[in-house]
Each structure stands twice: as C-alpha cells, then as structure tokens.
Design a protein around this ligand. Sequence first.
Ligand code: GLU
Length: 295
Amino acid sequence: MRVRTLAVALLAGGLALTACGKEGGPGDTGTAPPQQVATDVKVDGSPTFDKMKNRGRVVIGVKEDQPGLGYKDPTSGKFNGFDIEIAKLVAAKLGFADDKIDYKAIPSAGREQALINGDVDYYVGTYTINDKRKQQVAFAGPYFTAGQDLLVKKDDNEITGPETLKGKKVCSVTGSTPIQKVKSEGLTEPENIVELQTYSLCVEQLEQGAVDAVTTDDAILKGYASQSPTTLKVIGKPFSNEPYGIGLPKDDKALRDKVNDILDAAISGGDWQKAYDATLGKSGSTAQKPVLERY
Ligand code: GLU
C-alpha cells in the first residue's frame, strides 16, 4: 500500500515537473499555493455578487497571450500568471474555488464593454486605472504598477528610448494606454504606427521585421523577451506609470469596497507577495508593494 502511494506521488510529481515546461518559457510560470476558500461571504448591495452567487460560478475577464501575467498554456489549456493569481485570490475570498471560475479572454479594446454588458463579473488583465476609463467602469487596486517601455530586436542599437522612434515602425494595441501615448505625443509619424488587437500579434510583426518596436508595459514586454531571449530585448527605461486595477461594473461600490478589502489583506498578509514570487518575481525583479487607491 505504502509503495503504491509512493508510486502515485512520484508519478504526480513527474507530471507536475513536465507541466512546468522549459526554463524561462511561458509554461514555466508557477502557481502560488491555493487560497483557502471563504464561506458564507456576504456583499450587501452588490448586484454583481448576487449574480455570481445565483450562477454558482464567477466569470473573470483576463488576457490569454501575456506570459507571466495572463497566459493560456496551449498544452494544458490552463491559465497562469500574476494577474491570474490575483483573479483567483479575489475569487477565493468571495467564496469561489478555482473550479468555480470561468476565464474569458478579452483583449484591451473590449474591456469596458465587457464590464458594461455584464459579460464578465470582474476583469484582471494589465488594466491601467485612469480617469477616462473611470467614466465607464470602476477599479479596485492598484495591485501592481508597471511602466510603458519598448521591445526591439536584440541587435537593434538605434532604438534606445521613446525619443528615438521617429521614422521607425511602432506596434501597439487598440484601446490601450501605450497606443494613446504614441499618438498623443507623436512618438512616431502616423503612417508608422501599426495598431493591432493583441500584443502577441505585434511581437510576431517584430520577429518578422515588419515593425521596429513594440510598445506597452514593461511587465508584458519582459514576458515576451523571456520567451525569445536570443532575438528580443526590452529597452528598460519605462516612460509612464501604469497602475493596474481590477475592473468592475461602474456602480457596484459594494463589490469595489469588498475587493479592495481583499487586496488590502493580501498585501499586508503575504498572499500578494506569494502570488508575485510564483509568477513575475521569477524573473528576479522585485516589486514595490502597492498602495490602494480608495474612492
Ligand atoms: N496597461 C495598459 C492598458 O491598460 C497596457 C496594457 C494593456 O493593453 O492591457 O492599456
């Protein structure tokens, strides 16, 4: 009996190791220890929470092509990354175990509408908190702060920062803050701006030599660079502040307060650190603990 238990344990261990994938690859993003699922949770006056309760499941909007943050492993079909850990942590404290979560991949341009339509209960996917978006949705957080940066070919020594982009083809994503900055600050000429739906499409264009740079948050770009360390590099001089929030339906103040309480406890109690260390922190960079913006 003992031997069989050991064999099963070894087999399970072996499978787990295989699932980890190659060092530095997207499958390498680990998972934080599972959260204890809260019971008898009440969020008085939250229509979104009532909807989740009645459904018995939570629908979370995420990204699926951002290694280290929100990534769907093509082999296992499972989602991993820091944003996914934050999404799971919040779900657990609202009373939903991992097997009661449905992830819905929604690109940057679709986030506000998905929340307005009620297609997702909340959204966790490199979503910068700003006043313009606050007119349509609400945010809990921030739970992390990134900064806009540039991804270029490893052998590129002409692009060294945003001031060197003139005459270069620059790719970013519709509905994102980085594309906004490229346009409003005229970082390159309008005819040199390539606007696509996802960052992975931009990275493909960069690898094929169809564009010279991809611009978005450093945290996202580092994930792509770690997938192709011999061909791509991040410049590493962030030129904006991108505080990441959890997107929520605009008028659900009760749920926003509850999610902020959950984040507060995770930041002071160590779960936030565990989520970070298991995912983004694996690249060796340390993150400052976020300070919540309550409104
Ligand atoms: N954080 C930025 C934004 O929310 C860029 C990343 C993204 O598009 O998700 O627009």
